[in-house]
Design a protein around this ligand. Structure first.
Ligand code: ZN
Length: 529
């Protein structure tokens, strides 16, 4: 038994007559019982048609008349394509049965364009499952996403107006939101089928998405009239091939007056010749984030690939040395590297290293044990002398935010090899060691001016510790606010950093080598070896 009520009968009749498939009829009758949609089309059809026809018998049944006020008189009067009443005000004339007019099973539904007819059976679920299997992903659940051609919304709206008319005549109230969406009905049917084929549950929160994109070229032009009525809804956007996105079409349909719509688009919609095409079935795994800390022991290794005018300046980079292993093991399609600050190509990063995070895009494998991640870290460390990684771990997207939080307020420690024009005396060393929380003003350095805006930034040199090497050389340990340009502080950058080491020591000084000794960001958490 279909969960339909007497009041649904005129709606069912009108929709069948208009050329709706059985499942679309159920949707517009707001049937929320999922199992109903899963019944085979054939069964639904015979049940629905017998439900629709029962009316002819109950027409004169006083009981039903009392209860439900059968609407068939008007239905037949207004049956546009079947003017059986020919102005005579004739009443109970059965006439040519409009309910059988589009009974042909091969007929494509005027609303869903076949989506709820031909693309939600076991065969189609099997086709999807085969594509998923051959894509080679590791997953334990899945979520199905469905993309429908935007013009389906226009047809849905047209059909809705038809239903509204039927319902309105009976003085009943039905909101458009009560109608079951095509996507929702589709998922109710396809979920158990695909779940059975793949042997994993469907879970709305799954990281693994199987998407089906339907198109229907025949009716692509159906929504174009909306642009003339609601031009402000259709603004050209970057990355969009067409202005007729589902979103824009939905917005326009909310704005358009019923009368204007009816003037421009047939209601009910006209009959399509072809059904939808399942244009694309594809899989996507949400990104995995891997974090850790890296040391860089080489003065000819940039952090990220160094390319000028399409030409590579250095053969490798920190991010490549780390991510090539991750890409291979997670079988990901790409990555985004981020870190807590960065060092110049000629600067080493020592101590506990610099926090970094790598977003791995569309990984085909996502589950790793702690032991496997440890082995991965070892593999990275074995592969190059130039870098070393520690605390490698899988983290959440949110956790990556911690790395960037309060970056400017953090402290960083450096070690620099300094050359001095004037011979260094013990007083110089003592003088430098006594300086505490020295405020400096740094104009954007000349060397980065091409990529950073010109500004003056206040920075703090918390402490300095100098160690004499020879008359013209000493090492300088600095603890500074993050974001301080150390090289510029030492040579002064033509007076753009004030004060600077030259002005403090009253001589010319230059920086020969620089190492980052520590980046004081307590993320990611340390991992025991
Ligand atoms: Zn349909």
């Amino acid at each position: 038994m279909l969960p339909l009520k007497e009041k649904d009968r005129p709606v069912v009749q009108a929709l069948l007559k208009a050329g709706c498939c059985v499942r679309c009829v159920l949707r517009f009758c707001c049937v929320e019982l999922q199992s109903t949609y899963r019944q085979p089309c054939k069964d639904l059809e015979s049940e629905l048609h017998s439900f629709a026809h029962t009316e002819e018998c109950t027409e004169t049944n006083p009981e039903t008349e009392d209860a439900q006020d059968p609407p068939c008189k008007r239905l037949k009067l207004e049956g546009e394509g079947h003017s059986v009443a020919d102005g005579q005000g004739a009443v109970i004339v059965p006439g040519p049965d409009p309910l059988h007019a589009h009974k042909d099973e091969s007929e494509v539904c005027v609303v869903c364009l076949g989506v709820l007819q031909d693309f939600c059976d076991r065969d189609f679920a099997k086709k999807m499952a085969d594509i998923v299997d051959s894509a080679g992903y590791q997953f334990s659940s899945l979520v199905v996403s469905v993309s429908l051609p935007p013009q389906l919304s226009v047809r849905e709206h047209s059909t809705w107006l038809l239903v509204k008319k039927e319902v309105g005549q009976k003085g009943l109230c039905l909101g458009k939101d009560d109608v079951i969406q095509i996507k929702e009905a589709y998922k109710w049917i396809i979920h158990p089928l695909i779940s059975a084929e793949l042997g994993v549950p469907v879970d709305g929160k799954s990281c693994f998405e199987v998407s089906v994109v339907f198109t229907h070229p025949e009716t692509d032009g159906d929504c174009h009239f909306l642009a003339t009525v609601c031009s402000d809804c259709f603004k050209p956007a970057k990355n969009k091939q067409s202005v007729f996105t589902r979103m824009a079409v939905t917005k326009a349909l909310e704005k358009i007056k019923d009368k204007d719509f009816r003037n421009q688009f047939p209601c009910p919609p006209c009959h399509p010749v072809t059904k939808c095409i399942a244009q694309d079935i594809s899989c996507l795994h949400s990104p995995i984030f891997v974090a850790g800390r890296y040391n860089k022991y080489c003065r000819t290794l940039p952090q990220t690939p160094w390319v000028i005018d399409g030409e590579r300046k250095m053969e490798s980079s920190v991010e490549e040395l780390i991510s090539e292993h991750l890409l291979a093991n997670f079988r990901a399609e790409g990555f985004n590297f981020s870190s807590s600050g960065r060092e110049d190509v000629d600067v080493r990063t020592l101590g506990n290293g610099r926090p970094f995070a790598i977003e791995l895009l569309n990984p085909h494998r996502a589950n790793f044990t702690k032991e496997e991640i440890k082995q991965l870290q070892q593999a990275i460390n074995k592969s190059s002398e130039k870098i070393k990684v520690r605390d490698l771990q899988i983290v959440t997207r949110d956790a990556v935010g911690h790395m960037k939080e309060g970056e400017e307020e953090k402290t960083k420690s450096y070690s620099a090899l300094i050359w001095s024009q004037r011979p260094i005396e013990k007083e110089d060393i003592d003088f430098l060691n006594d300086i505490k929380d020295c405020k400096i003003a740094q104009k954007t350095p000349l060397r980065v001016l091409h990529r950073r805006p010109l500004a003056v930034r206040q920075r703090l040199i918390h402490t300095m510790q100098a160690r004499f090497l020879d008359q013209h050389h000493f090492t300088l340990h600095l603890r500074t606010q993050a974001g301080t340009y150390i090289k510029e502080f030492v040579h002064g950058d033509f007076g753009r950093t004030k004060p600077n080491l030259c002005s403090l020591m009253n001589t010319v000084t230059d920086i020969l080598e620089l190492d980052v000794e520590s980046v004081d960001v307590d993320w990611p958490p340390a991992i025991e070896d």
